[in-house]
Design a protein around this ligand. Structure first.
Ligand SMILES: [Zn+2]
Length: 564
């Protein structure tokens, strides 16, 4: 037993008879946990845990199921993901244009004449195929003239209908907004496709149509957290938090309805979601800080996504139709970035830095090098995505104390990798997700779903499995992606527990089952450490405990009747 119970009384809850993976190197395995006031007061054998119980103690008897810390999602978009799940037309990245139009037609038929059809996600390959105004005419027809807003798998781009363009006040002669474009066909006609910050104009027009935006955001965020709990996730870093989502999370916490610990990341410059950013937003969210909601990070976006060639790479993009070799600059100069990080240091805020390309990764590391030289260790820095890292830069993560936020869970062959490979030079794709090298070089690697970007769900089990296999769980998709970079299962589990907890500043709260830690843990229907790794993606979470309370229970399977 780590520690006996104290004078403050018996445990509220004892969970016993399990195989408890603690993620605590001092005591990796145990049989039982005792909980009081939402915290773990004992971890040990069944006999030891029993000594903490009193007459009022609830006892949950397990039949040997695996218990482990609640998972931590280091990068997720709660409002976007939750809105999608709660309100929106579900599209799959594998749906082609005809399939999308059929789904839009069906969905629109249930709406009033002026209601928006909002949905996603469209695969980037499908999006790339929408190149002329004829497709827009078909979209208008399918939607019965309604405004339509469809998001792509990168979440950076949109496809909208003519009615939506009207509501956005975008016409044939409207100039492109800064940092984005209203895509036109060869004859100059709008296609309805919106790249990057043009998407914010569409999101703004849609938001303006909603009668009670705050209630909608609250429903979205609550839905998202419920979905995370169902997958066994009990803590997350919200990766780009606007004022509405921050307020919704704070409201849920105040009402005692928030069932995850959430670290916020507020954008410092205009972002794809409309709204206040920068210092004004930082000031607005600071008072929302609670035990569960922590506005401790800013979000800095250095580039876009590889599918639309907005990722800043060190090498030129692939040339397909005899164009000039094309490179993209990071959106931040080194000087501006250092100044921003200096400001974060003054404010005591960490920074989550979106850098999908190896050039942007290098820029962040250059800025981190200067910051650490000036201040020594200080604010937390995370590079979000880190799929392409130049080999020379791998050791610099540990050297300058920068976390690799591995997101989304796409380190295996898939549709999205195909659309990336059409743009990014083969040698860069072949070296992608250098996770093994990062770990070997001492970097902290933290997994994040980036849901709903690139993934229809925030399913961590597929992510965990594929960190180890680098293969698509679907045997129909052959091959492995840069297989030499596979992690061991233990390393992968750390990337979903202790590592993101550390990256988010919750290292002494979550990610581990030890005395004093939050009683956030999960009961699984299979023993991750005793099964074929290729089965991990089938894992069902039987129960999710948050602060010692059951917040998810799998109706189909109960503890004691684990699926085989
Ligand atoms: Zn993201």
């Amino acid at each position: 037993m780590d520690q006996p119970t104290t004078a403050s009384g018996p445990a509220d809850l004892v969970v016993t008879g399990g195989r408890v993976w603690t993620q605590d190197p001092a005591r990796p395995w145990a049989e039982a946990l005792a909980v009081r006031d939402g915290r773990i007061v004992a971890v040990g054998s069944a006999a030891e845990a029993a000594t903490t119980a009193g007459p009022g103690t609830e006892v949950h008897q397990l039949a040997g199921e695996l218990v482990m810390p609640g998972l931590v999602d280091g990068h997720v978009h709660l409002n976007l993901g939750g809105s999608q799940a709660a309100f929106e037309l579900p599209l799959l990245p594998t749906d082609g244009l005809d399939g999308i139009l059929a789904k839009v037609r069906d969905w629109a038929g249930r709406l009033g004449p002026d209601e928006w059809v909002v949905g996603g996600i469209i695969g980037s390959t499908t999006m790339d195929g929408i190149t002329d105004a004829a497709a827009l005419v078909r979209l208008d027809e399918a939607a019965g003239g309604r405004p339509v807003l469809l998001r792509d798998d990168s979440m950076h781009n949109r496809w909208v209908s003519s009615r939506a363009l009207q509501l956005m006040k975008v016409g044939q002669d409207t100039p492109d907004p800064d940092g984005g474009s209203y895509v036109r066909d060869d004859s100059g006609r709008l296609t309805g496709v919106l790249h990057e910050l043009a998407s914010a104009v569409a999101e703004g027009a849609f938001a303006a149509s909603l009668p009670d935006l705050a209630a909608g955001v609250r429903t979205a965020v609550r839905t998202a957290v419920g979905i995370l709990n169902g997958f066994g996730v009990t803590a997350a870093q919200e990766a780009a938090t606007m004022a509405g989502a921050a307020q919704a999370l704070a409201d849920l916490e105040a009402a005692g309805e928030l069932t995850a610990r959430v670290v916020l990341s507020t954008p410092v410059r205009p972002f794809i979601e409309e709204g206040t950013v920068g210092e004004e937003l930082i000031t607005a969210v600071a008072p929302l800080r609670g035990d569960l909601v922590r506005p401790d990070f800013v979000k800095v976006v250095l580039d876009g996504v590889p599918m639309t060639r907005t990722t800043a790479l060190l090498a030129p993009y692939r040339c397909s139709h005899g164009e000039e070799p094309q490179t993209v600059e990071s959106l931040w100069t080194l000087e501006d970035l250092v100044a921003q990080l200096e400001r974060c240091t003054e404010l005591g805020l960490g920074a989550k830095l979106h850098a999908t390309g190896d050039a942007s990764v290098r820029r962040v590391l250059d800025a981190a090098e200067r910051l650490r030289a000036a201040h020594g260790p200080g604010i937390r820095l995370q590079i979000a995505h880190t799929e392409y890292v130049h080999p020379d830069d791998v050791p610099r993560f540990a050297a300058f104390d920068v976390v690799a936020d591995l997101s989304p869970y796409i380190w295996y062959p898939s549709v999205i990798q195909e659309s990336i490979a059409a743009q990014v030079p083969a040698e860069i794709v072949e070296g992608s997700w250098p996770v093994r090298d990062l770990v070997a070089a001492g970097a902290v690697v933290a997994a994040g779903s980036d849901w709903p970007c690139a993934a229809p769900t925030p399913d961590p089990w597929t992510g965990l499995q594929t960190l180890v296999t680098r293969r698509n769980p679907d045997p129909a998709v052959p091959g492995a992606l840069n297989a030499g970079q596979a992690l061991t299962l233990a390393e992968a589990v750390s990337a979903f527990t202790t590592n993101p907890a550390q990256a988010m500043g919750l290292w002494d709260v979550v990610g581990r089952l030890a005395v004093g830690y939050a009683a956030d843990f999960i009961v699984l229907d299979r023993d991750l450490f005793g099964i074929d790794v290729a089965e991990i993606h089938r894992t069902q979470v039987l129960r999710t405990y948050f602060a010692g309370t059951v917040v998810h229970e799998n109706a189909g399977v109960r503890p004691g009747e684990a699926r085989t």
